[in-house]
Each structure stands twice: as structure tokens, then as C-alpha cells.
Design a protein around this ligand. Structure first.
Ligand SMILES: *[C@@H]1O[C@H](CO)[C@@H](O)[C@H](O)[C@H]1NC(C)=O
Ligand SMILES: *[C@@H]1O[C@H](CO)[C@@H](O)[C@H](O)[C@H]1NC(C)=O
Ligand SMILES: *[C@@H]1O[C@H](CO)[C@@H](O)[C@H](O)[C@H]1NC(C)=O
Ligand SMILES: *[C@@H]1O[C@H](CO)[C@@H](O)[C@H](O)[C@H]1NC(C)=O
Ligand SMILES: *[C@@H]1O[C@H](CO)[C@@H](O)[C@H](O)[C@H]1NC(C)=O
Ligand SMILES: *[C@@H]1O[C@H](CO)[C@@H](O)[C@H](O)[C@H]1NC(C)=O
Ligand SMILES: *[C@@H]1O[C@H](CO)[C@@H](O)[C@H](O)[C@H]1NC(C)=O
Ligand SMILES: *[C@@H]1O[C@H](CO)[C@@H](O)[C@H](O)[C@H]1NC(C)=O
Ligand SMILES: *[C@@H]1O[C@H](CO)[C@@H](O)[C@H](O)[C@H]1NC(C)=O
Length: 458
């Protein structure tokens, strides 16, 4: 048994040594390639009498699991100015088609150049260390990937098929300098030219899994998925916390999406100053379970219906066991109204087991977004129909900011909001009892007693 084990390890080290020797010309300084232990075919066939091909474990997508992959490491950065983006890009190319890039624990890897990672096919990126972006605002504002939708820019784009990014490490957006610099110019402000990068973005991707990481201090949205099918976030922590009281993080949403089918978020905690989870146009088949949000703008469907002549939709969403603390909103739907907006629908949405504490607006249906007053909303109602939305077992406390109002369902006059159903709602307001539910222009019975806004506390 002993000699057998020895033989295996000799074979494995021979295999990895020969791989390094063969490719040494192309390998950047400080990088290494290690082949999987069972990768040497001569050992497998001559010494192990078993049906190897068929007992190998596969991952959820039918690809090799971690231990059966070629592993690539690269040198770490010496300091925050030591850009290793060329080495990282080399490693990703080397690991593409079945390999793994490992960023090691206790090491920092600084990215100072924009990276096009849209060519992927079956790659694992294990991040146990810290991958940090430089805060060279001039560079990034001149060099980025730009998307018309809400004038989004990003440091890098991930695309292709079967992409797994996981580990105990961190993606650090180094956002402080961006928040200090943007002086209040929010992304929906039409005059804003101070674009800020998104920390993690996919485009034209199928099967993306992110597991275990901490996504910290994004300059703008933390994640954005575009033209992507099947993205899963599990066991992730997202935070954006400023050390400067006069420049708080803005627009640092946890999750945004556009033209996405299959968006799943599980066992995740979000501590940011904006939306916790807010799929945008054309997102379908959404599952959110065990999500914790602190100090956020809530878990929202939308906004959608922003752009004139464009059809947007969000459908088939199930959101369950969500905790929302100290935020503006709890469960929310938002659709644009006004003279120059789009159209579409939000349908088949279930919010279940939602725990709110100290939340300004625990339940919101807003069909007069964004900042449209009653007169304008009546003159130019939303063209986004909102149908079949359930709020089941929503409980806890409001902040009292809206008096006794704990749910505000405001549909544009003349527009469609139907199949809206509330059940087991137990939210108390520090401003007194009974709590009030506002419903304006909602068609049909909503399941609980409600009053028009004109009769409510605020
Ligand atoms: C290996 O096992 C599979 C079933 O798992 C079987 O179909 C196949 O014929 C076997 N191959 C060999 C060479 O034994
Ligand atoms: C999307 O990616 C596929 C390969 O995965 C590629 O063939 C196709 O051209 C890409 N589409 C766009 C619009 O980039
Ligand atoms: C804090 O933010 C303000 C407003 O953007 C900025 O003027 C100031 O320089 C920042 N302070 C520090 C220490 O960076
Ligand atoms: C609900 O989510 C919380 C995290 O916010 C988790 O601790 C708890 O176990 C979840 N409950 C169930 C029944 O899964
Ligand atoms: C929640 O956010 C508030 C600020 O909004 C912060 O003071 C508090 O520490 C956070 N709580 C947790 C558990 O992170
Ligand atoms: C949403 O999908 C429709 C097609 O059904 C398309 O016309 C529209 O442009 C998409 N919206 C966005 C914002 O991409
Ligand atoms: C509603 O959405 C759920 C997923 O949340 C899905 O299972 C169900 O089939 C959808 N219902 C309809 C009528 O499409
Ligand atoms: C509502 O908003 C419109 C457009 O901004 C403005 O012209 C109008 O005066 C506002 N009406 C009220 C009652 O505030
Ligand atoms: C509503 O919540 C309060 C505070 O948690 C609790 O005392 C009360 O029994 C609940 N009411 C119902 C009907 O569940």
C-alpha cells in the first residue's frame, strides 16, 4: 500500500513537472500549473483495476469537479499599485476548458486594467485571497465596458458557459474613492457624467455560479447580469460601507439583471445603501431564499418600463424567508409612469415569509415611479401591467416614517393592477394601531382591509 501511494505521488509530480517544463516559455514569472493527481493515464490503467471513466464525479453541469482539474496559480501583487491583470488573464485562458485558477488565501491580487472574459467554456475560479481593483478613476472612466442601460460601466465582463467562481475570499471594488468623488451624482440623474464601475458583471453567459465570496465596496451596482441564463449566487456576503460620513455609497445595489432567465440567490447577506435585490427588465424565473438585507432599499421587482417604446417584463418570481432591517423598503414593485416611458408587465410574483424591522415602507407597489406626482401620474399612467402578486406572511415593524401606513399599493389611474393578494400581514407601526394599508386604483379584493391614500395618516 505504501509503495503504491509513493508511486502515485511520483507519477503526479512527474506529470506536473513535465507540464511546467513544456510550457515554461509562456508561463509568467511566479505562475505554476499543477495537473490533477489522477491525471496520469499510465498509472490509472496499469495499477487501478476499475472503471474510471464512469466513477468520476461530475459537477452540476456535467463537468469535472475541483480535484480532477488542472490548477493554475499566479504571483500575488506586492502592493496596491502592482497590477497583475495580465497574469490573471493568462491564467483564465490557461484554465479555460476544464481547469481552475486559484487565488490563494492571505494574498492580494490587484486588477488595474479592463478585462474581457467573454470567451469562457467550463472554468473554475477559486478565490480564497483578495482580488482588488485599483481606484484610478481617470483610467477606469476612460477604459471600461459600457452599457446603455442606466449608463452602466464595468471593470470586466464575464461571458460564455459553465463558469464557477467560489471560495472564502473577496472581490474588492475599492469604492471609497468613487463615493468620495461622485458628489451626489446618482445614476438616474440625467446630467450625471461621473460613471462608476459595476463590481461583477456577466454578459451572454449560461450557467454561472458564485459561491462563498465576499463582494465588498462596489463603486456602483455590485452585480449586473445581462443576456444571461441560469445564474446562481449562494452563501455570498455583499457589503458597501463608507468610512467618510459625508460621502455614503450610492447605487450600490446587491443584484441587478437585464434579459435574464433563471436568477437564483440563496443564503446571502447584503449590507448596502441601495436596493438589496432588484431584477430589471426582462427577468424571468427568479428564486430568492434565505436572504438578509440591512439598511437597503429593499427587495424590488424593477424598476421597469423606463425607456420610450421599449417593452419590459418580469415574471415568475418566488421570494421566501427574507429579512429586511433598517431600510427604506421591504417588498416592492416599481414601474415607470410619465410622458416618455415604456410598457410591459410584472406578473406571477410571490413574496412569502418576509420579516421586516424598522423599515420605512414594508410593502410597496409603486406604479408612479420615478418621482412622478399624482397629477402627472394621472395624465400619463404607467403602461406596465402588474398582475398576480402575492404577499404572504409579512411581519415585523415599520419605522413609523409613514405614520401607521405599513403597506402602500398605488396603481396609476386607469392602468392595470389586478390579482394583488395580501395574506397574514402583521406589521406594527411605532406610530400606533391599527396599522393602515393603502390601496389606490387596484382592481378587485386584495384580501385585507385597505383605505385610499387620501384617508391615510400621511
Ligand atoms: C463502465 O461502466 C459503465 C456503467 O457505469 C458501463 O456501461 C461500461 O460498459 C463500463 N465500461 C467498462 C470498460 O467496463
Ligand atoms: C454569445 O456567446 C456565444 C458563445 O457562447 C457566441 O457564439 C455568440 O456569438 C455570442 N453572442 C453575442 C451577441 O455576443
Ligand atoms: C469625504 O467626502 C467628501 C465629499 O465627497 C470629500 O470632499 C472629502 O474629501 C472626503 N474626505 C476624505 C477624507 O476623503
Ligand atoms: C431564513 O433565513 C435566515 C437567514 O436570514 C436563516 O438563518 C434561517 O435558517 C432561514 N430559515 C429557514 C427556515 O430556512
Ligand atoms: C445594519 O446597518 C446599520 C446602518 O444602517 C448598522 O449600524 C448596523 O451595524 C448594521 N447591522 C448589522 C448586523 O450589520
Ligand atoms: C425586453 O424584451 C423585448 C422582447 O420581448 C425587447 O423588445 C426589449 O428590448 C427588451 N428590453 C430591454 C430593456 O432590453
Ligand atoms: C409562477 O411562477 C412560479 C415560479 O416562481 C412557477 O413555478 C409557476 O409555474 C408560475 N405560474 C405560472 C402560471 O406561470
Ligand atoms: C407635478 O409635476 C409636474 C412635472 O414635473 C409639474 O409640472 C407640476 O407642477 C407638478 N404638480 C404638482 C401638483 O406638484
Ligand atoms: C402580530 O405580531 C405581534 C408582535 O410580534 C404579536 O404579538 C401578535 O400576536 C401577532 N398577531 C397575529 C395575529 O399573529
Amino acid at each position: 500500500m505504501k509503495s503504491f501511494a509513493l508511486l502515485l505521488s511520483v507519477a503526479a509530480s512527474l506529470a506536473s513537472a513535465s507540464a511546467i517544463a513544456i510550457e515554461s516559455d509562456a508561463i509568467p514569472a511566479g505562475a505554476a500549473i499543477t495537473l490533477p493527481r489522477h491525471g496520469a493515464p499510465s498509472v490509472r490503467t496499469s495499477l487501478i483495476p476499475r472503471n474510471n471513466t464512469h466513477c468520476k464525479k461530475k459537477d452540476d453541469w456535467g463537468n469535472a469537479v475541483e480535484k480532477d482539474r488542472k490548477k493554475i496559480t499566479i504571483r500575488a501583487s506586492k502592493d496596491d499599485g502592482d497590477d497583475i491583470s495580465d497574469d490573471f488573464l493568462w491564467a483564465i485562458k490557461e484554465a479555460n476548458h476544464g481547469g481552475l485558477v486559484h487565488l490563494e488565501k492571505g494574498k492580494k491580487y490587484v486588477i488595474g486594467k479592463k478585462l474581457d472574459l467573454t470567451f469562457l467554456k467550463d472554468v473554475y475560479v477559486k478565490i480564497d485571497g483578495e482580488l482588488k481593483f485599483t481606484n484610478d478613476i481617470d483610467y477606469w472612466q476612460a477604459n471600461n465596458f459600457y452599457y446603455d442601460f442606466q449608463k452602466s460601466i464595468t471593470f470586466w465582463v464575464w461571458g460564455g458557459k459553465d463558469i464557477k467562481i467560489y471560495g472564502s475570499g473577496m472581490l474588492n471594488g475599492n469604492g471609497q474613492a468613487w463615493w468620495d468623488g461622485f458628489s451626489g451624482a446618482e445614476i438616474l440623474d440625467p446630467n450625471n457624467k461621473f460613471y462608476r464601475p459595476i463590481l461583477f458583471m456577466t454578459d451572454n453567459a449560461t450557467n454561472v455560479e458564485v459561491n462563498g465570496l465576499h463582494l465588498k465596496d462596489s463603486p456602483c451596482w455590485t452585480t449586473f447580469f445581462v443576456r444571461t441564463n441560469n445564474v446562481v449566487f449562494d452563501n455570498v456576503y455583499i457589503s458597501a460601507v463608507s468610512t467618510n460620513v459625508s460621502s455614503l455609497p450610492k447605487n450600490t445595489d446587491g443584484f441587478d439583471s437585464l434579459n435574464v432567465n433563471g436568477l437564483t440567490v440563496l443564503n446571502t447577506r447584503v449590507n448596502v445603501g441601495d436596493d438589496c435585490f432588484s431584477p430589471k427588465p426582462n427577468t424571468t424565473n427568479i428564486l430568492v431564499r434565505n436572504l438578509w438585507c440591512n439598511g437597503t432599499h429593499g427587495v424590488s421587482m424593477g424598476s421597469i418600463g423606463q425607456y420610450p417604446g421599449v417593452k419590459d417584463f418580469i415574471s415568475n418570481a418566488h421570494l421566501e424567508n427574507i429579512t429586511l432591517l433598517n431600510g427604506q423598503n421591504g417588498a416592492r414593485l416599481k414601474a415607470w409612469a410619465g410622458p416618455n416611458v415604456g410598457y410591459g408587465y410584472i406578473s406571477n410574483i410571490t413574496y412569502k415569509d418576509i420579516h421586516v424591522e424598522n423599515t420605512d415602507h414594508p410593502i410597496v407597489l409603486d406604479q408612479c415611479y420615478f418621482n412622478i406626482n399624482d397629477t402627472t401620474c394621472a395624465a400619463y399612467p404607467s403602461n406596465v401591467d402588474i398582475t398576480d402578486v402575492k404577499f404572504i406572511n409579512v411581519y415585523g415593524t415599520s419605522s413609523g416614517k409613514e405614520g401607521r401606513v405599513v403597506a402602500d399599493l398605488t396603481c396609476s389611474p386607469g392602468a392595470t393592477c389586478s390579482g394583488i393578494h395580501l395574506e397574514d400581514i402583521n406589521i406594527t407601526s411605532p406610530k400606533g394601531a391599527p396599522a393602515q394599508v393603502v390601496c389606490d386604483n387596484i382592481q378587485g379584493d386584495i384580501g385585507v382591509e385597505c383605505i385610499p391614500k387620501s384617508e391615510a395618516d400621511n
